[in-house]
Design a binder for this molecule. Structure first.
Ligand code: NAP
Length: 253
C-alpha cells in the first residue's frame, strides 16, 4: 500500500478489544497489515494473534483486562497513550452470547451480556472519545450484528445489546462527527468463531442458516478486515453513524 492510499494506517495506534481470537483477531491483523500499531485487549492470552501480527512488523502491546466491568476501561486508554504515544482507532469487538428461550431467560445472563456488549462498549468509547475529541480526530468502530436489524430467537439480551450498539453508534456519531471523530459499526453476518460454535454444531440450524446466505457459506474472520480498515482510515472521513453489514448477502434476502 502506498502512503498516499486513503486506506493507509501508518503512524496510527489502534486498540482492539477481544483480539485473542475470532473477528477481533481478524481485525487486528488487517489493521496491522494496513500499517497500524495495535493494542490487543482481552482476558485471554494473545499469543496466537501476536504470531499472526509478527510478519507485519508494526508495534504490538497487550493489555489483559476483563471487560465485564467498567473498572479497567479508563486505564486502557491511559496505558495505550503512555505506551504507544496515542490512540487513533478504537474497535469495540469483545462480546458474548447466552442462549435460552425468552420465557426462561435469567437476569444473570441478561446482566452479563448487557454489561460486556453494551455498557463496557459505551464507557470505553467515552474514555477514548475524550482523548480523540481533545486531539480533534479519531475513529471508533463498533462490532454490531445482524441482531442490530433483526429479532433472532433465544438470545434476548444479545439482541437488545446489539440493537443498542446500533443506537449508540448513531448517537455518538451525531455528537462527535463535528469534533473529528467518526463513529460507525460493522454488522457481521454468520462467521466461523467460538461465538457460533453451537449453531454450526446443530445440523438443522446450520442448514437453515446456510440456505439463506446468498454467498452460500459462513464468513471467515479475516473477511471483516477490509471493512474495519475502511472505517478506521481516512477513506471513511465523511461516513458517520452507519452500521455496515458484512454478511454474504443475508440482509439482502
Ligand atoms: P469469539 O470468538 O467468542 O470472540 C469474542 C471475543 O470477546 C473474545 O476475544 C473474548 O475473549 C472476548 N470477550 C468476551 N467477554 C470478554 C470479557 N469479559 N473481557 C474481555 N474480553 C471478552 O466470537 P466472535 O464471533 O469473534 O465475536 C466478536 C464480536 O463479533 C462479538 O461482539 C460478537 O457479538 C460479534 N459478532 C459475531 C458474529 C459471528 O457470526 N461470529 C456475528 C455477529 C456479531 P475470550 O476468548 O477470552 O472469551
Amino acid at each position: 500500500m502506498t502512503d498516499t492510499s486513503p486506506f493507509d494506517l501508518g503512524g496510527k495506534v489502534a486498540l482492539i478489544t477481544g483480539a485473542n481470537t475470532g473477528i477481533g483477531q481478524g481485525i487486528a491483523v488487517a489493521l496491522a497489515a494496513a500499517g497500524a500499531d495495535v493494542v490487543l485487549v482481552g482476558r485471554s492470552a494473545m499469543d496466537e494473534t501476536r504470531a499472526l501480527l509478527a510478519p507485519h512488523g508494526t508495534r504490538v502491546h497487550e493489555i489483559r483486562a476483563d471487560l465485564s466491568s467498567t473498572a479497567p476501561l479508563a486505564g486502557l486508554v491511559g496505558e495505550t497513550v503512555a505506551t504507544l504515544g496515542g490512540l487513533d482507532i478504537l474497535v469495540n469487538n469483545a462480546g458474548i452470547i447466552r442462549r435460552a428461550d425468552a420465557v426462561d431467560y435469567s437476569e444473570a445472563d441478561w446482566d452479563a451480556v448487557m454489561d460486556t456488549n453494551l455498557k463496557s462498549l459505551f464507557f470505553l468509547s467515552q474514555a477514548a472519545g475524550r482523548h480523540m475529541i481533545a486531539q480533534g480526530a479519531g475513529k471508533i468502530v463498533n462490532i454490531a450484528s445482524l441482531l442490530s436489524f433483526q429479532g433472532g430467537i433465544r438470545i434476548p439480551a444479545y439482541t437488545a445489546s446489539k440493537s443498542g450498539v446500533a443506537g449508540l453508534t448513531r448517537l455518538l456519531a451525531c455528537e462527535w462527527a463535528a469534533k473529528g471523530v467518526n463513529v460507525n459499526a460493522i454488522a457481521p453476518g454468520y462467521f466461523v468463531t467460538n461465538n457460533t460454535e453451537a449453531l454450526r454444531a446443530d445440523p438443522d440450524r446450520n442448514g437453515a442458516i446456510l440456505g439463506r446466505i446468498p454467498a452460500g457459506r459462513w464468513g471467515k474472520p479475516a473477511e471483516i478486515g477490509g471493512a474495519a480498515v475502511f472505517l478506521a482510515s481516512g477513506a471513511s472521513d465523511y461516513i458517520n453513524g452507519v452500521v455496515l453489514p458484512v454478511d454474504g448477502g443475508w440482509l439482502a434476502r
